[in-house]
Design a protein around this ligand. Structure first.
Ligand code: FAD
Length: 811
């Protein structure tokens, strides 16, 4: 066994084997995999191992496409061939028009990744799968590349090729402890000796938290028991003379694929069960949980009704094994929050289908610092402080119970709520607030017109459309108040804070006291990493000279990792999180200044406190820091208040607003208004796949200012020009918004992808942002949007269609 290597991957299931293989493909051969037993002795060996191309966003579709292509290549390699049923095809069933609408959207989205799903009616479903009945069936989504693979052979093949490329695999070598040294390198302690390395990867399946504990972290991953059974031969399958396509059923929560001449049917029962919550028997190796078909009776009946042949078929064997879930159903692939040189590939609930892609993206992150796709949807840092064991288990159960039921727009499921609240949450609930969830925070979505108001789940505009329109109108004409909780806030102090930030931002960040600036941080490839406001606070009785760095609500761990990782040893810079201590109240509208002037001392005129100013003050008797910034496009103030004084500040603002038409508004109104202003959302419109020029942020880049992270890469890329450009589009439809991921077409060619869409109530237009081919970025260019299967016109318009001169913001 080596005593020193570059990377130690811990765990020899699909996650570990794929990571090892891909590290070698990226050119790193001095890497090892350490497995406590034999390869695949965790969950992988007994997996149903279906390999679908279906995903909820382009990154998931892309990584699955990679798995499929890789598995096909491996299967066809005569040196080490494996069994892979590639391209049997698969159907996701639907029993409502809304589900069909969703499938049409996912087909539109996948098209941009060169993946061609088909939305088919019930009769066509039955034609393609002769065993199913069409009772209560509307149709389905056809995935032509669906199939299944032998999981053990796949892992052995990956390990074989990785070994051939120079890596090593140590079986029967349990990792017992991990030590991180001052220089951020690691020692991996095993039962057979120590291995020093630069980087560790946790790929330990359901034992993820045993290894997590060795480095002092808890991962939000919980295991569920999951069962399938294998049937005896079915005559109609033999008679068909071809392989049956796969079935995934959100109506009765099961999946089904052919196994030999019978079927393999797996269940996601409502009466489901977590596993290993109080520790896992060390001898649970190559093992199964006791089977319990009683538990799945509810869903079994649905499967029998869909496939009557099952009623006459015997069960050959039952498999019940642990499967891991996270709090949103997607895995955790990437850097471990708060740790250096530590990565994970954990929480895989569809590890065979996705695992090829997980290892591919993770290896790119480890070797190059970033992957070819934006990986936020799998980033371990997307959950922050609220994800303890209980919350993770509750979300895992909810996700398991809804395995094949995709989320509709604005759908926020109830488990594990409320997790993060402020003193205002019950107050706003009493005002009739409907809440959405942002990184665990309960945030006002809109104020309901009545307690019984529950818009339907749909991909079209829903019943809240007029409610949101009224909130926007009041902000436009009078003044609105909303709480923006969980907004990420760091306090940056130290003598070198400005030079540090200058290196981090690609533009000029204001150093002037009492001023606020907006800017962008790039990665070393010159792509967009973070968006942040910077506010320079002078020394006061509340603290020394300091910078307040503000960024998106979910970015707390991500941005902290990035900033901390870039501070040089000789720099005097400290970064302290304030996110959980402070909450923002946003006062927006032409009468915002009048309201502020009633409840806060001082001169708030445009001359004394212009746009992009910051000032410490009191709102009533609540200490506050007020910034003149606006995401709505109206005159607005962000009022940052310590949570202890939040209710007091709220009461003072409400009282001051009497007589000025102050009303509450919510996140949906903000979304509509920011679309009208050309303001972008981190991880929707601002992603690591594009640089700031492609994203239309030229004015925020100052190449001439000297060195900053990403500058060299930007300069190098410049001669190539923009691959795509972010544009604002007007959509010729009134029934539905453009959804993120949807494809823009010219004839049969995909020419762009939507990043955000919403109705602009003040300009009365259906608006979208999209990355389109650069030659189509000019104003007036036309194309068609695949809007849930309907082709509708889309025209490039000037950005910021509402008040393009920013006169209203300046007030
Ligand atoms: C019944 C069932 C059906 C499924 N069907 C499908 C399907 O159809 N399609 C699909 O895509 N997915 C399916 N899955 C899910 C899929 O099988 C898993 O997502 C995948 O196998 C997880 O792989 P892994 O590498 O993360 O974990 P594992 O396979 O559990 O591998 C983790 C490895 O880490 C090792 N390890 C743990 N601790 C240590 C340590 N201290 N030192 C060294 N090594 C250690 C373990 O021994 C183990 O080998 C199914 C799961 C179940 C239970």
């Amino acid at each position: 066994m080596k005593s020193r290597t570059k990377v130690v991957v811990i765990g020899g299931g699909i996650a570990g084997c794929s990571t090892l293989y891909h590290l070698t493909q990226e050119g790193w051969s001095d890497v090892v995999l350490v497995e406590r037993n034999e390869l695949t002795s965790g969950t992988t060996w007994h997996s149903a191992a279906q390999v679908t191309n279906f995903g909820m966003n382009q990154t998931m579709v892309g990584l699955k496409s990679h798995s499929i292509a890789l598995y096909k290549k491996l299967a066809e390699n005569p040196e080490y061939p494996i069994n892979y049923h590639h391209g049997d095809g698969g159907i996701r069933l639907a029993d409502t028009p809304e589900q069909m609408q969703g499938y049409r959207h996912f087909a539109s989205m996948a098209r941009g990744m060169e993946v061609h799903f088909e939305v088919i009616d019930a009769a066509e479903c039955a034609r393609r799968h002769p065993l199913i009945s069409t009772d209560n069936l509307v149709g389905g989504l056809w995935d032509p590349l669906d199939g299944d693979i032998d999981p053990a052979q796949l892992c052995q093949a990956l390990a074989y090729h990785a070994r051939k490329a120079g890596s090593e695999v140590y079986r029967n070598t349990p990792v017992t402890a991990l030590t991180q040294h001052k220089d951020d390198t690691w020692t991996v302690h095993t039962e057979h000796g120590d291995i020093d390395c630069d980087i560790v990867v946790n790929a330990c399946g359901y034992r993820v938290n045993e290894v997590g504990a060795m480095m002092g972290v808890h991962h939000p991953v919980a295991s569920m028991e999951h069962q399938y059974f294998l049937t005896e031969d079915i005559q109609s399958i033999i008679d068909a003379g071809r392989r049956m396509p796969l079935i995934r059923c959100p109506i009765s929560d099961y999946y089904c694929r052919q196994e030999k001449n019978g079927l393999l049917i797996g269940f996601y029962e409502q009466d489901c069960k977590t596993w290993g919550m109080d520790g896992i028997d060390p001898n649970f190796v190559n093992a199964l949980c006791p089977d319990d078909l009683e538990r799945v009776m509810d869903v079994l009946e649905g499967a029998f009704e869909r496939m009557p042949a099952l009623r006459e078929t015997g069960i050959r064997s039952i498999v019940n094994g642990p499967i891991t879930y996270t709090i949103d159903g997607a895995p955790l692939i990437g850097p471990i929050p708060g740790k250096r040189n530590a990565f994970c590939a954990i929480g895989l609930r569809a590890g065979l289908g996705e695992g090829g892609g997980h290892g591919w993206l993770l290896a790119q992150m480890i070797v190059h610092g970033e992957a070819c796709y934006d990986t936020w949807c799998v980033d371990p840092r997307r959950f922050t402080t609220h994800t303890n064991v209980e919350l993770t288990a509750l979300k895992a159960i909810e996700d398991y119970q809804n395995e094949f039921r995709f989320h509709f727009p604005y759908e926020h499921r109830p488990a594990g709520r409320p997790a993060k609240t402020t003193p205002l949450t019950p107050v706003l609930a009493a005002e009739g607030a409907e809440f959405t969830v942002v990184n665990g925070w309960e945030r006002v979505e809109y104020i309901k017109p009545s307690p019984e108001f529950h818009p339907s789940l749909s991909f079209t505009f829903d019943e809240a459309f007029d409610v949101v329109a009224a909130e926007v109108k009041n902000v436009q004409e009078n003044v609105g108040l909303t709480e923006v909780n969980g907004f990420n806030r760091f306090e940056i102090t130290g003598a070198d804070r400005h030079s540090f930030l200058d290196r981090m931002f690609c533009g000029t960040v204001t150093k002037r006291a009492n001023r606020v600036g907006l800017g962008y941080l790039l990665n070393h490839h010159g792509m967009i990493k973070c968006e942040a406001t910077v506010a320079n606070l002078p020394a006061s009785d509340r603290g020394p000279e300091r910078v307040w760095y503000g960024s998106a609500a979910a970015s707390e761990f991500h941005d902290m990792d990035w900033l901390q990782g870039q501070i040089r040893a000789d720099e005097d810079v400290q970064v302290r999180p304030l996110t959980n201590d402070q909450t923002i109240l946003v006062l927006a509208g032409p009468r915002a200044r009048d309201v502020l002037s009633v409840c806060a001392r001082g001169d708030w005129s445009a001359e004394a406190f212009p746009w992009l100013s910051v000032r410490e003050c009191f709102i009533g008797f609540a200490p506050a820091t007020v910034m003149g910034v606006s995401f709505s496009g109206e005159l607005a103030y962000e009022i940052h208040v310590p949570n202890a004084s939040l209710y007091a500040a709220y009461l003072a603002l409400r009282k001051a607003g009497e007589g000025h038409g102050l009303k509450l508004f919510g996140a949906r109104a903000v979304e509509s208004m920011r679309m009208e202003k050309g303001f972008l959302h981190w991880k929707a419109d601002l992603i690591t796949e594009f640089d700031p020029f492609e994203t239309g942020l030229d004015r925020f880049v100052k190449l001439e200012k000297g060195d900053f992270i990403g500058r060299d890469a930007l300069l190098k890329r410049q001669p190539e020009g923009a691959r795509k450009k972010l544009v604002t589009l007007q959509i010729d439809a009134t029934h539905a918004p453009a959804h993120g991921g949807a494809s823009l077409m010219q004839g049969d060619k995909v020419v762009g992808t939507v990043t955000s869409g919403d109705w602009g109530h003040r300009v009365d237009k259906n608006l979208a942002y999209a990355f389109v081919e650069s030659e189509l970025a000019a104003e007036g260019s036309t194309m068609q949007l695949d809007l849930c299967g309907d082709l509708v016109g889309a025209t490039v318009i000037a950005p910021s269609p509402y008040d393009p001169g920013f006169d209203r913001i300046r007030g």
